[in-house]
Design a protein around this ligand. Structure first.
Ligand SMILES: [Fe+2]
Length: 289
């Protein structure tokens, strides 16, 4: 196996491994360490069945089934091996979307940080991808924290933020949710703005998403100003990588140390990604021992 950085900011490409084959313990240990070190791993030219994808993903930890609000979007092939696989797609068959998120832009976010225990990692497999557009972007939140100006650090180091659950990353109101009229009362979870990563012990900025975020204890206007400054800063090109998909690509990212987003794409193009999610663990604040 060879590991090659995707750029200076984040990510590595892994060559010389067939994810559909058995991966021995030593090779998996190297993959796992590279994933922690680089935050995002890319494997190209993979030929995976749903079972092959879920087998590989489950090496990183227990898989989580799709949440209740998206349950009817799961792979309904009937195959048990697809039980923990989700579909991200704009394709409509018989008048019904076969997957989530459509073809629009998706805002910067970490997955499901509106839960008390967000997932550890997400895996995507490019089953069908459009000829252009739909790039997935990643941002390195270790680097964002490590390079942050001192005044901004002081403002955020002990802060806690409310991560709202009302909208998808594509900006759609989730089923059963109400519009948010006051960010202070929005449903969701509270997390430290700077976490101590449970596996690497490194400190990382942890923002979730911008929409309806709220820094606890601040006036709303002050929270908005601080969040705007943090978001302007943390998705700078110095911290990001933009992935141009090819069929057969597999991406796995560390959901605790990264943000991601998606570019919009031609609605007449087909995009079908398979997705798995690895269950998380508690996220201690940066000041925790
Ligand atoms: Fe996401």
């Amino acid at each position: 196996m060879q590991f090659t950085p995707l750029n200076d900011a984040i990510g590595a490409r892994v060559d010389g491994v067939d994810l559909a084959a058995d991966i021995d313990a030593a090779d998996f240990a190297a993959i796992h360490q590279a994933w922690l070190d680089h935050c995002v791993l890319l494997f190209r030219g993979q030929d995976l069945t749903p079972g092959g994808l879920t087998n590989f993903a489950a090496k990183f930890g227990p898989l989580e089934p799709p949440p209740g609000s998206e349950k009817d979007l799961r792979a309904d092939s009937g195959a048990d091996e697809a039980r923990d696989m989700w579909i991200i797609s704009n394709v409509v068959e018989n008048g019904k979307a076969i997957g989530a998120l459509g073809n629009g832009e998706a805002e910067w976010h970490s997955d499901m940080t509106y839960l008390d225990v967000p997932p550890t990692a997400s895996v995507l497999f490019g089953h069908e991808v459009p000829p252009s557009g739909a790039n997935t972007w990643f941002a390195n939140m270790y680097a964002a924290w490590d390079n942050m100006p001192d005044d901004l650090r002081r403002a955020v180091v002990d802060a806690q933020a409310l991560h709202n659950s009302s909208y998808t990353s594509a900006g759609e109101l989730r089923r059963g949710m109400d519009e948010v009229t006051d960010v202070r009362d929005a449903p969701g979870a509270v997390h430290p703005c700077v976490i101590r990563h449970p596996d690497t012990q490194r400190q990382a900025l942890f923002l979730g998403r911008r929409t309806n975020a709220y820094i606890k204890g601040l006036e709303v206007a002050d929270s908005e100003a601080l969040l705007d400054r943090l978001w302007d800063y943390c998705v700078d090109k110095n911290f990001t990588y933009s992935h141009n998909w090819q069929p057969g690509d597999v991406l796995i990212w560390d959901n605790r140390s990264t943000l991601h987003r998606r570019d919009a794409f031609d609605p007449s193009a087909r995009r079908i990604l398979w997705r798995c999610q690895i269950a998380g663990s508690a996220l201690p604040s940066a000041s925790a021992a």
